[in-house]
Design a protein around this ligand. Structure first.
Ligand code: PLP
Length: 448
């Protein structure tokens, strides 16, 4: 046995590590992490879309130590503690419109599950008990617990666990690059087409049975699909018409990833629920939340009603305290402003890679980009399953990492390389990313 044989790595082929240990990251500072041999890597994925303020912030560590020594744990099940109250107030202040009530979880999947349970419970309490179904988009990732996995639109992640919770349905995502021939020529036409597919699904299922639509502001899985102009405006109209809740799953897109506290603010739409996690604490401790509108809270404010749902570590004092310190950094360093001022520079560095034959599409927003790799730029021909396996798993991830860039090579949709660096990054980091990507993608093309 190796020492690492006891650790079950998530989403990993354990056989890959039978003879060799996984890469061992031991330290982080700013935008960089170091392995056990002292080699430095640019963290091009902020851990896992998490470490917004960068690694190694003593201020955050100190806030956690202070909270742990004062009150390490107490539940928020009919009791409260100051950090959870302060953070809920602050999030309600930052969240758009009347999203004023915060239900804390320990992570993103739990926030997604909680929102589905709340939608069901809300409609049951307001005389529409049949409303329970959820619509989400193809290839979208919404988490791995059974409810969240049921909403997830990636069949390969689900097949070992079927049957999942029935009554979730998929609609097309906003991949403009690979839109169907009848889906419009302009981004505006495409946005209208894609939004209308949601209305089709609601009508096909019966509006009386549909509770919610789950959408990310920019869809992560598949490689960072931004919403076409007008898309969310139309989705909001459709949801209002059929009394369907719009759940904005911002587990990745909140807390500065798109240059705003919330991704919905970036695109100017009003959700009924926001689910968030990751960047809320910049990963210094686990914490998630769903932020809920006044309308959805209202039935739970009176009489004997309660939302029969809770999680031991939801609103953990240490997580809540570090989230406060994290948001202090956001304010003091104007991280959202920094992203807004630099996002075009980031994009322009990545777009330089268009001169490589393997780069088909560069898409995303803020500090959140995907680069789709193709076999033929003119026809957009993609790789076969075998080539994809050889290219992404066999070569790219490892080669990028060995060249000093930690990022993600993913084939849950078409093959993409994804970048979502800490929000403190600037031009020198973009240049470093571009150089490493250029060298490694050039080599990948040679190997095909
Ligand atoms: N929703 C979205 C959009 C996500 O990207 C993720 C995780 O990446 C989740 C939900 C699940 O979050 P967690 O892994 O914290 O459970």
């Amino acid at each position: 046995m190796n020492p690492h044989d006891h650790l079950w790595l998530h989403f990993s082929r354990l056989s890959n590590y039978r003879d060799a240990p996984p890469p061992m990251i031991v330290r982080g500072d700013g935008a960089y992490v170091w392995d056990a041999d002292g080699k430095r890597y640019l963290d091009g994925l902020a851990g896992l879309f998490v470490v917004q303020v960068g690694h190694g912030r003593h201020e955050l560590a100190n806030a956690m130590a202070k909270q742990a020594s004062e009150l390490a744990y107490f539940p928020i099940w009919s009791y409260a503690h100051p950090s959870a109250i302060a953070l809920a107030e602050r999030l309600a202040d930052l969240a758009p419109g009347d999203l004023n009530r915060v239900f804390f979880t320990a992570g993103g999947s739990e926030a997604v599950e909680s929102a589905w349970k709340l939608a069901r419970s809300y409609f049951r309490k307001t005389g529409k008990p049949l409303k329970h179904k959820v619509i989400s988009r193809q290839v979208a990732y919404h988490g791995t617990t059974m409810g969240a996995l049921s909403i997830t639109g990636i069949p390969a992640l689900k097949q070992d666990f079927e049957p999942l919770i029935p009554s979730t349905f998929r609609v097309p995502n906003t991949n403009f690059y690979r839109r169907p021939p009848d889906a419009g020529d302009t981004p505006e036409e495409f946005g209208r087409w894609a939004a209308d597919r949601i209305e089709d699904a609601i009508e096909a299922e019966g509006p009386d049975t549909v509770a919610a639509v789950y959408l990310e502001p920019v869809q992560n899985s598949g490689g960072c699909f931004p919403p076409p102009p007008g898309y969310f405006e139309r989705v909001r109209e459709i949801c209002d018409r059929h009394d369907v809740l719009l759940v904005s799953d911002e587990v990745i897109c909140a807390f500065g990833r798109l240059g705003e506290y919330f991704g919905s603010t970036r695109f100017g739409y009003q959700p009924d629920i926001i689910t968030c996690a990751k960047g809320l604490t910049s990963g210094y401790a686990p914490l998630g939340a769903m932020i809920v509108s006044d309308r959805l809270t209202e039935p739970f404010l009176t009489g004997t009603n309660s939302f029969m749902h809770g999680i031991t570590y939801g609103g953990h004092p240490v997580g809540a305290a570090v989230a406060m310190a994290n948001l202090d950094v956001f304010e003091r360093e104007d991280l959202n402003g920094h992203v807004r001022r630099n996002r075009d520079v980031f994009r322009s560095y990545l777009e330089r890679l268009y001169d490589l034959p393997i780069v088909g599409d560069v898409r995303g927003d803020g500090y959140f980009y995907g680069i789709e790799l193709v076999k033929d730029k003119a026809t957009k021909e993609t790789f076969t399953a075998e080539e994809s396996e050889r290219l992404l798993r066999g070569f790219l991830s490892k080669a990028l990492f060995e060249a000093g860039l930690y990022c993600r090579a993913d084939d849950r949709g078409d093959p993409v390389v994804q970048l979502a660096p800490p929000l403190i990054c600037g031009e020198e980091h973009f240049a470093e990313m571009e150089q490493i990507l250029r060298d490694v993608l050039t080599e990948a093309w040679r190997l095909i």
